[in-house]
Design a protein around this ligand. Structure first.
Ligand SMILES: NC(=O)c1ccc[n+]([C@@H]2O[C@H](COP(=O)([O-])OP(=O)(O)OC[C@H]3O[C@@H](n4cnc5c(N)ncnc54)[C@H](OP(=O)(O)O)[C@@H]3O)[C@@H](O)[C@H]2O)c1
Length: 295
């Protein structure tokens, strides 16, 4: 088996990776931009932290931005979501920017949990054993304060929580058997308290945070990292047109912070970090008062 350090020195398909080990670019070459148009520094290009990754919910928003950042750093990425045509278009764009073999599309609805073991296996056959999985799939139906729509709530729980458990259980079992891997679940600050505005969404994210913490405890001695990410407001189709959002960050900035937290193996990462303090305050508000705030 190839050792990790060997692959880190010479990753297959890493952007700008030297084809001859040990070859240094001359002084002229170092002043020219690289294949991606970035100015060259004196340091050799970094190897990707993860050689392979899967992003579940990669057709738009945070998941699409994550897939793009991973492909840019040389990771081979599986993009999973329902909208196959959109995924194909994203894969074509990534391959054009970063080279062939960098990304693959897999159309899948996370509510079909019976498909997951076979699909996981197919992704690993295509890309190699996964080193990172990010569960970013999610929905947040717009519901009114007077709405009690059990069909919509069921969808929310199935996509945000049940699908996450099914995908990440599969990842956990495979990763622990090979003593390595990073599991990332995208929760939300909305899961830190009960929310009258969207009870099923808040419950799905609270459930996900609890599941991820439990998984982290289970895998403590198995060499597998489990990272809970709690974004604040991110500019994506999910939040488009919502009034009164403060401190919104771009999907690309959120992806950058999420990958940084994953690389550091953080247990719980607020994105951006300031939401940790907001959440601390919100969690300290007595329930009776929180109810009157109608959030
Ligand atoms: N935006 C925010 O402010 C914010 C804040 C906190 C947390 N989050 C969380 O961040 C995650 C990403 O959200 P986003 O803001 O990037 O929203 P988004 O742009 O709407 O992306 C949601 C992704 O989930 C996928 N998805 C939804 N239902 C699916 C299903 N049944 N099967 C497979 N994939 C499915 C969508 O793909 P298809 O429709 O193609 O299936 C899409 O790729 C979500 O979990 C969300 O709750 C977002």
């Amino acid at each position: 088996m190839t050792s990790r350090s060997t692959l880190e020195r010479e990753p297959a398909g890493a952007p700008g990776a030297s084809s001859t080990p040990g070859t240094q670019p001359g002084p002229e070459a170092s002043r020219l931009p690289d294949a991606q148009g970035r100015p060259r520094g004196s340091r050799p290009p970094k190897a990707p932290r993860w050689r392979t990754a899967a992003v579940i919910g990669a057709s738009s928003g945070i998941g699409a931005a994550l897939a793009s950042r991973l492909a840019a750093q040389g990771t081979r990425v599986a993009l999973v979501a329902r909208r196959g045509e959109l995924l194909d278009a994203r894969v074509a764009e990534l391959e054009e920017r970063f080279g062939g073999g960098r990304a693959r599309a897999y159309a899948h609805d996370v509510r079909n949990i019976g498909e997951i073991p076979e699909l996981f296996g197919r992704i690993e056959d295509d890309l190699g054993p996964l080193e990172l999985i990010v569960y970013a799939a999610g929905v947040m139906p717009r519901i009114g304060w007077e709405d009690y729509d059990s069909a919509a709530d069921r969808d929310t729980l199935e996509i945000n929580l049940v699908g996450a458990v099914a995908w990440l259980n599969e990842a956990a079992d495979r990763f622990r058997r090979r003593s390595g891997g990073t599991i990332v679940g995208i929760g939300s600050v909305a899961g830190d308290r009960g929310r009258g505005g969207n009870p099923a969404y808040a419950a799905s994210k609270a459930g996900l945070a609890n599941y991820l913490e439990s998984l982290r405890h289970r895998l403590l001695y198995d060499g597998v990292r489990v990272v809970t990410v709690k974004p604040g407001f991110v500019d994506t189709p999910m939040t488009a047109g919502l009034p009164g959002l403060r401190g919104v960050v771009s999907a690309d900035r959120a992806a950058e912070l999420i990958l940084r937290a994953a690389a550091r193996g953080r247990a719980v990462a607020y994105v951006p970090e300031r939401w940790r303090w907001v959440s601390l305050v919100v969690r300290a508000i007595p329930s009776r008062l929180l109810a009157r705030l109608r959030i």
